[in-house]
Design a protein around this ligand. Structure first.
Ligand SMILES: *Cc1c(COP(=O)(O)O)cnc(C)c1O
Length: 416
């Protein structure tokens, strides 16, 4: 793999999402020194465009996020995980198109990442950035997928991980962490308390901080999904891209990726983004609809990965959706269960509840007149169905018990 220019040469600095102040590249502050807001990387797209082109991409064989390494805040190619993060399929889903009468619909299955979720894109960059910074230990607070991806990708590169979980994380996700060898603290408190404890511990022990709300590099890793979608569609991005929303990092990252391709003159349009929240955890839908400030609420959806009452990246997400000309929509938990069956039965794609909420949002957006009849639409499935077996069981019927005798089986098969 070719060497990379230092990231300080490719980045101009940071912009504060809250107060718009700009900051130079070093030392990396994590939060705005004027107001404490979250920072966003400003790339030197003019410089990057001189060498980063469609031809360069065509010459690359790797099908993972490192194919876009010039657009990522990583430095030493020795710190890039060999696991295949990204490069996930964009399916044409013909049966779903027919069944629901969509002319041009694609499903991007990010549940096929190494640890089973979209979060792997962020964690791969987080691990590389931690190693670039000379860290040996990294930490984060998470309801599940951010932690399991950090544990798995950390393990692939020898970075030790320390993870803080609230009590309600689904068992398969917790098991994943332990199998990957992470040190796991299950905190007697809600997600906010868990998060605060993690930040205090990081301040005290100096571990690398993988919390997506404060680490501006993670969203950069996540934007690779947009780059892949555009490249898979021959640099003709879709009209609309739909993703589920918890803290707001995924939708922000999709916008950032599509926007950067446009800024690099590799594409000529930026899709409208539709962010989907569970009706029982919809603070961003409310803020979007009312035009008022984001107000935290008590979240109560079964879709754990988007069961977020205090979105940590809400401002970025609202800005991304507004700038793209898109919208936020809400879907009931039962519509998410329905979407889980529809995607699995109509496309063979089994996503976790938060992962398929985006597909439920597709129906909601059409009902609200947010989609044109012939528009090209991409739905992002952000997590694998096996991540939450209990959640999936609540969406389906049960098995048929049968004796080990053909006569009994016939009773079931041939009964009128
Ligand atoms: C984290 C997560 C989301 C939500 O992403 P945000 O960046 O928090 O908005 C959606 N689906 C899955 C499977 C996730 O793990």
């Amino acid at each position: 793999m070719t060497q990379l220019e230092p990231k300080s040469a490719r980045m101009l600095g940071f912009r504060c999402v809250a107060c718009d102040a700009t900051h130079s590249y070093e030392p990396q502050p994590y939060r705005c020194s004027s107001c404490g807001g979250i920072l966003d990387v400003i790339w030197d797209d003019e410089r990057i465009a001189r060498s980063f082109s469609r031809e360069l991409l065509r010459s690359r064989r790797e099908r993972n996020i490192w194919r876009y390494r010039e657009l990522l805040p990583v430095e030493s190619t020795r710190h890039l995980t060999p696991l295949r993060v990204g490069g996930t399929p964009l399916y044409t889903v013909p049966a779903l198109r027919r069944r629901f009468d969509f002319e041009s619909l694609w499903v991007k299955d990010d549940g096929l990442n190494p640890t089973g979720s979209y979060k792997d894109r962020a964690s791969a960059v987080g691990v590389a950035a931690a190693l670039d910074a000379g860290a040996r230990v990294g930490a984060c607070a998470s309801t599940g997928n951010a932690a399991s991806s950090f544990a798995g990708l950390g393990a692939s590169m020898g970075l030790e991980t320390i993870l803080f979980l609230p009590g309600f994380a689904p068992a398969p996700k917790v098991t994943q962490l332990l199998v990957y060898g992470a040190r796991v603290f299950s905190v007697d408190g809600d997600y906010d308390q868990t998060y605060d404890l993690c930040e205090q511990a990081i301040a005290r022990y100096g571990w690398y901080n993988r919390n997506a709300a404060v680490n501006p590099f993670l969203v950069e890793g996540k934007k690779t999904a947009a780059l892949e979608i555009a490249e898979d569609l021959d640099f003709e991005p879709p009209d609309v891209c739909i993703a589920s929303v918890g803290d707001g990092c995924i939708v922000s990252s999709l916008h950032k990726g599509f926007h950067q391709l446009h800024s690099l003159a590799l594409t000529t349009r930026v899709p409208r983004l539709i962010g989907v929240q569970a009706a029982a955890a919809d603070p961003l839908v409310r803020a979007f609809e009312s035009g008022e400030a984001l107000r935290p609420l008590r979240a109560g959806s079964y879709a754990d990965s988007i069961n977020v009452g205090t979105p940590r990246n809400g401002l970025k997400a609202l800005e991304a959706i507004r700038r793209s000309g898109g919208a936020f929509v809400r879907v009931e938990d039962d519509a998410i269960r329905e979407a889980q069956r529809q995607l699995a039965r109509g496309a063979g794609v089994f996503g976790e509840p938060a992962g398929v909420a985006a597909f439920a949002g597709l129906h909601a957006a059409r009902e609200r007149g947010l989609l044109g009849p012939r528009e090209r639409i991409v739905v992002v499935v952000s997590g694998n169905g096996l991540k939450d077996v209990e959640g999936a069981r609540s969406a389906v019927g049960s098995v048929t018990p049968v004796r080990a005798e053909i006569a009994d089986l016939r009773q079931h098969l041939e009964r009128a």
